[in-house]
Design a protein around this ligand. Structure first.
Ligand code: GLN
Length: 230
């Protein structure tokens, strides 16, 4: 028998969608990124353990609701609709939406109109924005194409199978570095990312907010921003 000194640390399952660089992406078979480092740092400071699951974005909130996930760290925007179902930490990052096109079609200012096809990741604020602002008022008569992963949105845009993609600007900019795609417009949506937990998991939320405050205060947040954004 081995002796253990004290109580075993609590282990939490963290859901993410690793097609959202630099916040979460897969590198050499590992899930890495800003959010991953952030959650690991919070876990270390608050003395709990984490393991990450890479699943589709629109399965993350249901995962918290069903209890298969304890935490979601996925560049997830704090919205009133989501707050009905889950609880969010204090905000940790601000972002707007953006329009991404194939290299060389930057001059086509009609990309969001008419019969163009626009790709989004299902369940995201970009998806909702295109549906509410372009599809419902019939501004877009082309297809709104829904994907499970931005990896496939970017692939289809690079292959010119779609005309544009709408997604969070920092992520669009990251993809534009290694793919023949460019950001042509910013949509000012004023979003803020939060870490989510189950609606009634106030104890865990308190731990996360306490850890987040320490990460900001001890300079780790600045280091993460430097590591992933400069
Ligand atoms: N911030 C956006 C949202 O919350 C996109 C997040 C993502 O695709 N990982 O819907």
């Amino acid at each position: 028998l081995a002796f253990s000194s004290g109580v075993m640390a609590q282990r939490y399952v963290v859901g993410t969608n690793a097609s959202f660089p630099p916040f979460e992406y897969v590198e050499k078979g590992e899930i890495v990124g800003f959010d991953i480092d952030l959650v690991k740092e919070i876990a270390k400071l608050q003395d709990f353990e984490v393991e990450f699951r890479d699943i589709s974005f629109d399965s993350l909130i249901p995962g918290l609701a069903s209890g298969s996930l304890d935490i979601v760290a996925a560049g997830m925007t704090i919205t009133d609709a989501r707050k009905e179902v889950v609880s969010f930490s204090d905000p940790y990052y601000s972002a707007n939406q953006s329009v991404l096109v194939h290299e060389g079609s930057e001059e086509d200012l009609t990309v969001l109109f008419g019969s163009n096809d626009i790709g989004v990741q299902t369940g995201t604020t970009g998806d909702t924005w295109v549906r509410d602002k372009l599809v419902k008022p019939d501004i877009l008569t082309g297809e709104l194409r829904n994907y499970d992963s931005y990896v496939f949105v970017i692939r289809d845009l690079a292959n010119q199978n779609i005309d544009a993609a709408v997604l969070d600007k920092p992520v669009a900019e990251t993809y534009s570095k290694n793919n023949p795609v460019n950001v042509v417009a910013e949509v000012i949506t004023g979003e803020e990312y939060g870490i989510a937990v189950g609606k009634n998991n106030q104890a865990l939320l308190k731990e996360i907010n306490a850890g987040l405050a320490k990460v900001i205060e001890n300079g780790t947040m600045d280091k993460l921003i430097e590591k992933y954004f400069e």
